[in-house]
Design a protein around this ligand. Structure first.
Ligand code: SF4
Length: 329
């Protein structure tokens, strides 16, 4: 398929002929699409990464749990934690019935504890509104708490084998380099063009394998900073192959205290509270001295601020004793 440059009327005719929608940007070369599909799926059939959540007909519950874990945790850690989590919470009913403290304990080592609470709340909604069975339509999935566009599309594709676009930051990077002639590792395709390319490129009937294959290639070869074009299985079809100069992203400062981001401190506080016997609380003074053996003047107000945020996020409760806290149960 060839989509001509700068000739929108011919482009429309070509699109009619091929059944594809018109390419909104003639600088994007989609002529290699069929070749790319064969290369990607052929490579995946032999070299797919083996994970415990990748089975031919995965349980939708397992897809939801694994996708939630994978959002901010590395695959190796999820590979280790997922079976343990599923042993403790084998289905929506078991997960829905758990309290905050138990689910946060079970999430230990995964980071970003809010995800655990959102996952449990989602399980409760699935039990209450859908009889413990994950719905298989985009509208119903979107109505569940905590499910964003990526998770909804991943569930539809990976669990229900629907023909849908799945887009995350890694697939965006891969498509950008594959179909545009880029020169630095920081450049990416504009969002509107990306949506067009993403909806055109995946082979119908193979959304699940295609998107998981793209994730594997992006993770192993087309990495953010140092693409390994020499070894890449789709280099022959890639417009940016061997052209990308490494560019360093500008540093984004995040809220921190004593040189560490607040999100690290939040994790530490939850870890300390997780170690308390059930029902026991800890005073803020003790917590502060556990965090900072040598205190500084700014520690107190900063800790109040972090504790208030954890409380707002539903991770901790105030105890009966003044200035005491515990994991919310
Ligand atoms: S050839 Fe290089 S730039 Fe192109 S997809 Fe492979 S790793 Fe990425």
């Amino acid at each position: 398929m060839k989509i001509p440059d700068n000739t929108s009327h011919i482009e429309t005719a070509a699109a009619r002929k091929t059944g594809r929608s018109a390419n909104p940007d003639p600088s994007v070369d989609l002529t290699t699409m069929e070749l790319v599909q064969v290369m990607v799926l052929g490579w995946y059939a032999v070299h797919a990464r083996r994970f415990v959540w990748r089975v031919p007909n995965p349980d939708p519950y397992v897809v939801l749990v694994s996708e939630t874990m994978l959002q901010q945790t590395q695959t190796a850690r999820v590979q280790e934690k997922l079976p343990v989590f599923l042993e403790q919470f084998p289905d929506f009913s078991a997960l829905a019935a758990t309290d905050n403290a138990t689910i946060i304990r079970a999430w230990q080592g995964m980071g970003y504890n809010n995800r655990a609470l959102r996952l449990r709340d989602c399980a409760r909604a699935v039990v209450e509104r859908f009889g413990g069975v994950l719905p298989d339509t985009a509208d119903d999935l979107r109505s569940l708490p905590g499910l964003g566009p990526y998770t909804v599309s991943a569930i539809l594709s990976f669990a229900f084998h629907r023909d849908v676009v799945v887009l995350d930051v890694n697939i965006r990077r891969l498509y950008s380099r594959l179909f545009l002639q880029l020169t630095t590792t920081l450049e990416v395709m504009p969002q509107s063009l990306l949506l067009h390319v993403a909806s055109e490129v995946y082979p119908r009937g193979h959304s699940s394998e295609w998107h998981q294959a793209c994730m594997d290639i992006a993770a192993q070869y087309c990495t953010a900073r140092s693409p390994r074009c020499l070894l890449c299985p789709i280099a022959k079809a890639c417009r940016s192959a061997f052209r990308l100069a490494e560019a360093v992203p500008p540093r984004v400062s995040e809220p921190s205290h004593r040189g560490k981001p607040n999100r690290i401190w939040r994790g530490r506080i939850v870890e300390i509270l997780r170690g308390l016997p059930p029902g026991q609380t800890m005073g803020l003074t003790e917590l502060r001295s556990r965090l900072f053996p040598i205190e500084e003047e700014t520690d107190g107000p900063w800790l109040e601020h972090i504790v208030a945020a954890l409380e707002r996020d539903g991770l901790i409760d105030r105890g009966e004793a003044a200035n005491s806290i515990r994991l919310r149960s």
